[in-house]
Design a protein around this ligand. Structure first.
Ligand code: SAM
Length: 260
């Protein structure tokens, strides 16, 4: 591949066909659906995604990839050469008539969390998403309570999605070869989310995890302890627990009770 790879855009292109197939096969859109691909690069995933004959909208920041991507465009496949993080996604997709929305991407690692945050904050109704991310990040996103990797980002993601780590992809499957291994994660939207004020929830979760080794009593010292104690007790926990002991639904219930 004659391409001037740009480190600043996190360009590591996938070369292993079996892995490309596995990633693309982890979503199952119909022809009436819309797939958004973030960072198509040389089109490794895009070519396979076209076999679904769904609507396909790709965001690619680097216009140099046009030499690979322009031949993939047709009446159902569109490429927007721009920074995904700066786009108004609602506006971009409003003219497309579709049933369900899937998002997929071998993500540029330097902006994995901003991309996922943007997807959530854009308020688009995503059925499912499949992303390749750094292996350590995949472990954090899919961690279970009481594990070392479980943190505030795990809890945030868990509010919106069931998070599954699908498989690990070794660094030898990319050109140029990155320094770290990767993993593919699948996010499936939770349709039965409990209502919560997101700002309060985010604040409580962030505060609770402020110092990883400290318990809730220490990390939530600016909160009304008596109130918190009563709430935690009713949920089967106490201020002696650490944030990492609490599953996402307990944080939601805590938020709802504390801020009501
Ligand atoms: N999908 C290709 C593959 O799997 O071989 C390329 C994946 S590469 C890890 C990430 C891609 O995201 C690159 O093509 C890069 O130019 C693009 N990219 C980086 N930052 C971006 C941004 N802010 N918005 C859209 N695309 C971006």
């Amino acid at each position: 591949m004659e391409f001037n790879f740009k480190k600043k855009f996190g360009q590591n292109f996938l070369t292993n066909r079996a892995i490309i197939d596995n990633i693309v096969n982890s979503i199952s859109p119909s022809e009436e659906d819309l797939i958004i691909e973030i960072g198509p690069g040389g089109g490794a995933l895009t070519r396979n995604l076209k076999n679904y004959h769904a609507n396909l909208l790709c965001y690619e920041i680097d216009e140099d990839t046009k030499k690979y991507l322009s031949e993939l465009e047709d009446d159902k496949t569109h490429i927007i050469y721009d920074d995904f993080l700066k786009r108004d996604i609602i506006q971009d997709i409003e003219k497309i008539d579709y049933d369900d929305l899937f998002i997929i991407g071998n993500l540029p690692y330097y902006i994995t969390t901003p991309i996922i945050t943007k997807m959530i904050e854009s308020n688009i109704d995503v059925s499912g998403a499949v992303f390749m991310v750094q292996k350590e990040v995949a472990d954090r996103f899919s961690a279970k309570p009481r594990s070392r990797e479980y943190g505030s980002i795990t809890v945030f993601l868990n509010y919106y999605f069931d998070v599954q780590k699908l498989f690990v992809v070794g660094k030898n499957n990319f050109v140029p070869k990155p320094n770290v291994d990767s993993a593919v994660i699948k996010l499936t939207s939770k349709r039965d989310k409990m209502e919560v004020n997101i700002d309060n929830f985010n604040k409580l979760v962030r505060d609770a995890f402020q110092f990883k080794r400290k318990n809730l009593n220490n990390n939530l010292k600016n909160y009304d302890k008596e109130k918190l104690n009563m709430i935690l007790d009713s949920l089967g926990y106490s201020l002696n627990n650490r944030a990492e002991d609490l599953p996402c639904d307990i944080f939601v219930k805590m938020t709802n009770e504390y801020f009501k």
